[in-house]
Ligand binder design. Structure first.
Ligand code: M6R
Length: 649
């Protein structure tokens, strides 16, 4: 639990609609039209009005004894995955506050920072433009007019216009940001109240919207202030230093001791200690916790990409799930969750993308093992096209990040209808985890690559554990079967050359098909998503028997068709479908289980329990996608137009 609240709860990066995002990204920074930015800002405002929580940007802050510049820059690098277009740091020393900021990457920021400036207190920021174009002027940190207060901000202030009009009518703003309004307001109220802490808390009480703030006061450089509402932020504790960060990853270089911050809390950090206050200034006691992950969990190490590292981590994730959910061979799980599933007459799995594909496999598990009818729904469809719901439903939300807005919209709706809910997520502090009645954790460790790999297999494995627990006594020795799965996964990842070759030899066209029947069809869907999202090869996952009802018309000479065969009942049928496409010129690849394999199959995987085959058949498809993208020299961990957490509907 401790690990996950560190990274996932803080994963949400804020993105605009895909359309706007593409527009913004498609323009060189300088040429982005103000019109587009204004539109984007309005769009965000409307989303906020609709109650969509938007988080964005990344923050890190440090007060201690070491020179702060590298600590901030290294921390910001760990936040790059959130997406950003500009970055900056502010440090304070006896000569005052020094700000270094610009549009572009952290690597560029490093060249802008004056190495000769030494300081032990500072704040840093990665910005994804909302209010104003991504340029040097709008980059954070921002300052109040006298330069006394310097701040970084993650979030959106909805009432900035009203605040400007009411309190700052004649103020000369330098940037177009809502953040500068906060800096100006702090200074305004410090003059009025003559107390910095009181002034910041007063400003917090005036702000409508989301914010995680880091504040430096040039008048008191031995203190760092922070505040939070709806945007993610954690406190990091150390010997002689203390920190803030948008997530633990930004601070792991220095500490593994963290304290959570609740909404509407104000924090005062010195070198010696940290005090959390509520809005009224009453101190709040909260215990620290130790992160069970270390810096290497979020480092690529010798890996060229996070995706490859995360593919390789899957056997460990499966073993960790066994460790977490089994004791003396028996499944240990909160009885309330088991009761909730057992008393449901129907399960409704709600999810998006890869998580939905894991949900399809879950349906199979809940129905086969526990005999509970299960439906899987695309979360973005469910809200507006709600099916007839059974008498005693249980809603299961599957989400790596726990922040997906489409899924959250369903959760809000079903809560209004009074239905019970369970979230299966990698992130306990996440919105879906907090708002559902129950949570089951994936224990997959941070997943940084946008393309989900280990979260998928963890989602399938955790659903298997839940289904087996609900089923009660059965012949399935799940901990043993999962141990076999982990070993088989390892035997696949140990032979990567094979997948590199297949990607090179077969994925030569602009399109591709994955086909399968039964549960292999669900894996085909996931395999297709993985290939298309990082290699940009147009790929479809198809029920093998359905091809002949239309789609086979697309098969021509050289079209790659990859078939997955893991179920005895459909082995021969799928092979017939492979012959059909081959006869029409397709270049076919077969991924099969050893006991069902034929001599000519290109990828043969050792057998696992028939209900658990998606856990192993998916791994070659992940590797094929990885190598296809690598061969095309694409940005594998950050594919175009995509965000790790899709926090807008
Ligand atoms: O965080 P979630 O699991 O709720 O995210 C849902 C999808 O956006 C996600 O699975 C997406 O499809 C993956 N990036 C695909 O690899």
């Amino acid at each position: 639990m401790k690990v996950n609240r560190l990274f996932g709860g803080c994963l949400p990066a804020v993105y605009l609609s895909r359309g706007l995002q593409t527009k913004l990204r498609g323009n060189p920074y300088d040429k982005i039209e103000e019109k587009v930015i204004k539109k984007a800002t309005l769009f965000l405002y409307l989303l906020k009005k609709e109650g969509v929580v938007i988080n964005m940007c990344g923050i890190v802050g440090y007060i201690g004894t070491q020179d702060v510049k590298d600590i901030l820059l290294n921390g910001l690098e760990k936040l790059e995955y959130r997406g950003y277009d500009s970055a900056g740091i502010a440090v304070v020393n006896e000569n005052g506050v020094h700000i270094f900021k610009d549009k572009g990457r952290i690597a560029h920021l490093r060249t802008v920072v004056d190495e000769t400036v030494l300081s032990t207190v500072g704040i840093g920021h990665t910005r994804w433009a909302t209010h104003g174009a991504p340029n040097q002027r709008n980059s954070h940190p921002h300052q109040s007019s006298t330069g006394r207060f310097t701040i970084v901000h993650n979030g959106v202030i909805e009432n900035e216009l009203e605040l400007r009009q009411e309190f700052l009518p004649n103020y000369k703003f330098i940037s177009d940001t809502d953040t500068e309004v906060i800096a100006a307001l702090i200074e305004h109220f410090v003059l009025e109240k003559e107390d910095v802490e009181l002034a910041i808390r007063h400003v917090m009480s005036l702000l409508h919207g989301s914010y995680a703030l880091g504040v430096i006061d040039a008048g008191n450089p031995d203190v760092l202030y922070a505040a939070k509402n709806k945007s993610p932020m954690l406190i990091g504790l150390g010997e002689g230093f203390n920190m803030i960060g948008s997530d633990a990853m930004a601070m792991l270089q220095c500490t593994n001791q963290f304290v959570e911050i609740e909404d509407e809390e104000f924090i005062k950090l010195t070198r010696e200690g940290v005090t959390i206050y509520n809005l009224l200034g009453v101190p709040v006691k909260r215990s620290p916790f130790t992160a069970e992950l270390d810096a290497s969990d979020i480092e690529k190490g010798t890996y060229p990409h996070y995706m490859l590292k995360e593919i390789d981590e899957q056997p460990y994730v499966i073993r960790r799930i066994v460790e977490q959910y089994f004791e003396d061979g028996q499944i240990k799980m909160d009885q309330k969750i088991v009761d909730a599933v057992q008393s449901a007459d129907r399960l409704y799995i709600i999810a998006a993308g890869t998580s939905m594909h894991a949900g399809f496999v879950g349906k199979q598990l809940f129905e086969q093992l526990a005999g509970i009818p299960t439906e899987v729904h695309i979360s973005s469809e469910f809200v507006y096209n709600t099916p007839v719901i059974s008498k005693n439903p249980l809603f299961i939300f599957i989400s790596q990040s726990g922040e997906t807005a489409d899924s959250r919209a369903v959760l809000v709706k079903i809560k209004q209808l009074g239905y019970p809910s369970l979230t299966i997520t990698n992130v306990p502090g996440s919105t879906l985890s907090r708002e559902a009645d129950h949570t089951l954790l994936l224990h997959a460790g941070p997943e940084i690559a946008v393309a989900s790999t280990k979260a998928y297999t963890a989602q399938v494995a955790v659903q298997a554990v839940l289904a087996a627990k609900v089923a009660g006594k059965s012949d399935l020795d799940l901990s043993r079967e999962l141990a076999i799965v982990a070993n088989v996964m390892e035997s696949i990842t140990d032979h990567k050359e094979q997948y590199e070759e297949i990607a090179k030899e077969y994925l030569t066209q602009r399109n591709c098909f994955y086909i399968g029947r039964h549960v292999d069809y669900y894996v085909a869907l996931e395999a297709a998503l993985k290939l298309k999202e990082i290699s940009y090869i147009q790929t479809e996952g198809f029920a093998a028997g359905e091809l002949k009802h239309g789609t086979i018309a697309l098969i021509e000479k050289g079209t790659p068709v990859i078939a997955i065969i893991s179920q005895e009942a459909v082995n021969l049928n799928t092979r017939s479908n492979v012959k059909e496409v081959k006869a029409r010129g397709a270049n076919t690849v077969i991924i099969s289980l050893r006991s069902l394999s034929s001599e000519t199959d290109q990828i043969v995987i050792d057998d696992v329990h028939p209900l658990l085959t998606p856990l192993v058949t998916v791994v070659p498809t992940q590797l094929i996608s990885y190598y296809a993208a690598l061969q095309r020299d694409f940005d594998i961990d950050k594919p175009r137009n995509l965000a790790k957490s899709v926090t807008v509907e």
